[in-house]
Design a protein around this ligand. Structure first.
Ligand code: HEM
Ligand code: FES
Length: 770
């Protein structure tokens, strides 16, 4: 069936014929390939023809990350008004059936244009904020427990039918504040809706679906009326009814009726499907499943990776409101877009090794499964909470769960919502851990509300060797406990180790080409609070440690003409890795290594052996102190200095650097200059978010990061002390009071980036590209 005619003017391109490629002509989002694996089915497009016209559905299809995000970002040029339009035209009979029920579902947030949408989104947002969502955690956990209780001893279950379909629906009804007695009826009606909007039902099916949808609509209206009589209770609907009293022109009666029904649909199938996809994916990748069974702290990021890799919203829609180009392809006004966010999520240009399931992926939450910008899913943090709790309960109570082999997975044919109809799993109930240790049922971690923190991304490493490296210094060699390759790193990178309850940073000083080993050197600090003492006294070959990273905010700028490397004491560790790299690259460099005694200078033999001609040793005991005034000549353009060492040395270099060209000096900071916020000194200011259409107020005692999170804006963070650069945000307007140690002087002056965990506004407003 072809619903669209070719939009290209053939008279102009008669010589070459129709430019719709063979692949584009064959594209069928209802075909088996797309239904089985949407991102795989459009891999050809991601690679060769990222924006194409599909005659089959009459839509332009967009498949690359940057293009899909750009479309989501601009909700004026790319209107969301067709997001809920029936993709298969409705038969007259079905239309009449819907009319019989007074079906009038029209605009509800997700398909609304400006200027109507944003005032409503703002007015209805509060119940979705992390603070409010926290109240729902006990309810979600209790429901999940009850459903698992029902099958935990059975040895076999269809997780979709026995848990994943019903729990998100019941959670949605609680979230909406639907009275208990009406929940059952609403649950019955909900299913019909997906087929109605995104599927391709036959004419007879259309009438049956329309009957169910009509009844759903009518009943939703009855429930709204009931709540209206007493809107004092908890939940999104009572909240919206109260909001209507304040702003009747923004939230109308018919609007309340629509969001009642749309809210259930938005919250239910998306989450049920996402959960089924996630569990299927993790069980298909057994070692990953086992890792999260062993370390539940990995669950929040695993959820994000599952949403990226196998999300439940495969594609979304937008209408083009003016002639434009997407990815260089001219697109006419009035064109309809199918933006395949599941394909964007597998775009190699944005995600390294995009087809792999990597639960430690640092940018997993860049996925577009929740959309992006001013219409981004409002319920994303409720969905994340549900998925985390499902995974935590199942990995704790049924770690030995496995997929029933050879089952065939089927999907409800539709363009957008995606999840298996059934998910059969099996296990040996006699091996259920709770039979031996009922206490596991009382253990659980608090849910992480919001985007996962990269701080929680850990791996277990084993100490392979501990060797003396100098007086008071040992080198440790670490390998992945499961024997997997360790993540790649570049010179200057460090890792965080958990040592007896303390987190400590150590620079990597081994060979980046050795993908199975990390090497660090640890000085026993005389006034150690435990970290270095623990390393020296307790670690032995075979000891297990928790590691985070590697991370690098001390990177070599490849463009320098000449590199001056300065190491003081144990500061040699990142610096020697840099020197090795520069030597291998044939770059021009010199290495200055300062220490009090040569006996205390770790890696000195290696430095002499590998960097002899480029090395100057400045040994205090031998009267060889470094003179920082002679390091860089006055006309030293293109010279870069990289230094790591004691505070005294770094302070002397910083003083000297005042006379050097901007950004000559790079320092590895392991300590922050961040100070506590003193509300009597700080001022409040507004942050306007260009992509999300929101203005967020930052109070004098609040960080920008905290204010963004409270407004449901995803932003990652790690150190939260201005050290690591992970909370960076693009600045479009307004002057920033920079308080981090990540940005260079030139970057600060450019005023295009800020670290939201510590930096603030100089004036009363900043505009950020979020
Ligand atoms: C919008 C996905 C769960 C409520 C959206 C959009 C997507 C989406 C793709 C459109 C975004 C855009 O146009 O940029 C998902 C997924 C979910 C999920 C994958 C589960 C894994 C939920 C839940 C709720 C919810 C649990 C409610 C409790 C909404 C609302 C909007 C929305 C109200 C409209 C926001 C607006 O247009 O301003 N969702 N959703 N969603 N979602 Fe979700
Ligand atoms: Fe590390 Fe802000 S979170 S710099």
């Amino acid at each position: 069936m072809s619903t669209g005619s070719c939009p290209v003017d053939h008279s102009a391109s008669a010589a070459t014929g129709c430019p719709v490629s063979a692949n584009a002509a064959a594209f069928d989002p209802f075909g088996d390939a797309y239904q089985a694996d949407p991102p795989e089915a459009v891999r050809w497009s991601r690679e060769e023809e990222p924006v194409f016209y599909s005659p089959e559905i009459g839509y332009w299809v967009v498949t690359r990350y940057d293009d899909v995000k750009a479309v989501f970002r601009d909700n004026i040029l790319f209107s969301p008004s067709i997001a809920l339009e029936k993709i298969t035209p409705v038969s007259e009979e079905a239309t009449a059936t819907l009319a019989k029920y007074g079906y009038a579902m029209n605009r509800t947030l997700v398909n609304e244009d400006e200027p109507e949408h944003m005032p409503r989104r703002r007015a209805l947002m509060e119940p979705f904020t992390p603070e409010q969502l926290a109240h729902h955690e006990p309810m979600v956990r209790k429901l999940t427990r009850e459903y698992v209780d029902r099958f935990v001893d059975a040895g076999k279950a269809d997780l979709v039918d026995e848990m994943l379909w019903e729990v998100p629906l019941t959670v949605a009804l609680h979230f909406l504040g639907v009275p208990e007695e009406d929940m059952e009826t609403l649950r019955k009606y909900s299913i019909a809706h997906t087929v109605n909007t995104w599927g391709r039902p036959s004419p007879e099916e259309q009438v049956a679906v329309a009957e169910a949808v009509g009844r759903f609509w009518q009943f939703a209206g009855t429930v709204v009326e009931k709540l209206r009589r007493d809107p004092s209770g908890p939940g999104w609907m009572p909240f919206s009814i109260r909001a209507q009293r304040e702003q009747p022109e923004v939230i109308t009666d018919s609007y309340l009726h629509s969001i009642m029904m749309a809210g259930i649909v938005a919250a239910h199938e998306t989450t049920a499907n996402a959960a089924a996809n996630a569990i299927k994916l993790l069980l298909e990748n057994r070692t990953v499943w086992e890792e999260i069974c062993a370390d539940p702290a990995l669950i929040p990021n695993a959820v994000e990776e599952c949403l990226r890799h196998s999300g439940s919203v495969a594609a979304w829609r937008r209408l083009v409101t003016a002639d434009t180009t997407i990815g260089g392809v001219p697109i006419p006004q009035g064109a309809k877009l199918l933006i395949v966010n599941s394909s964007a999520n597998r775009d190699q240009r944005h995600f390294d090794n995009a087809d792999a399931v990597d639960i430690r992926r640092e940018n997993a939450s860049d996925h577009l499964t929740f959309g992006y910008g001013s219409h981004q899913c409002m319920g994303k943090n409720l969905a994340r909470m549900e998925l985390q709790i499902f995974l935590e309960e199942l990995t704790t109570r049924l770690p030995h769960l496995e997929l029933v082999p050879d089952q065939e997975f089927t999907y409800l044919p539709n363009t957008s919502f995606r999840g298996p109809d059934h998910l059969w799993v099996q296990w040996d109930p006699s091996a259920n851990p709770e039979r031996g240790d009922p206490a596991i049922l009382r253990r659980h971690r608090p849910v992480r509300i919001g985007e996962p923190s990269t701080r929680a991304i850990t791996r277990t490493v084993t100490v392979e060797s501990v060797e003396p490296a100098a007086d008071g210094v040992v080198t440790l060699t670490l390998t992945d406990a499961a024997g997997n390759p360790l993540p790649p790193w570049s010179p200057g990178a460090h890792v965080d180790l958990d040592l007896d309850g303390l987190s400590r940073q150590y620079s990597l000083c081994g060979d980046p080409a050795d993908t199975h080993r990390y090497r660090i050197a640890v000085l026993r600090e005389p006034d150690s609070r435990g970290g270095s003492r623990y390393v020296h006294e307790r670690l032995r070959p075979g000891s297990a440690l928790t590691l985070r990273g590697p991370r690098n905010h001390f990177r070599l700028d490849p463009a320098a003409r000449h590199y001056v490397l300065v190491a003081g004491g144990i500061g040699i560790t990142p610096v020697i890795a840099m020197a090795d790299h520069l030597r291998a690259a044939g770059a021009s460099y010199e290495l200055h290594y300062c220490g009090r005694t040569t006996r205390g200078m770790a890696l000195l033999d290696r430095a002499r052996r590998d960097h002899g001609g480029n090395l100057t040793v400045h040994c205090g005991e031998e009267g060889g102190r470094l003179d920082v005034t002679t390091l860089v000549a006055e006309d030293a353009d293109g010279v870069q200095v990289y230094a790591c060492g004691p505070q005294r040395l770094l302070a002397a270099l910083e003083e000297q650097a005042a006379g050097w060209p901007a950004d000559t000096l790079h320092i590895e900071h392991f300590t922050t200059t961040k100070r506590e916020l003193d509300p009597s000194v700080e001022h409040g200011f507004d942050v306007e978010l260009a992509d999300s259409g929101l203005t967020v107020h930052v109070a004098p005692d609040q960080t920008v990061l905290a204010a963004l999170r409270a407004a449901n804006i995803d932003i990652s963070s790690d150190c939260e002390e201005g050290l690591c650069g992970s909370c960076e945000a693009p600045v479009l307007d307004g002057e920033v009071d920079h308080r981090d140690v990540v940005l260079t002087k030139a970057e600060r002056a450019a005023n295009t980036l800020m670290m939201t965990c510590c930096s603030r506004a100089c004036g009363s407003k900043l505009t950020l590209g979020l």
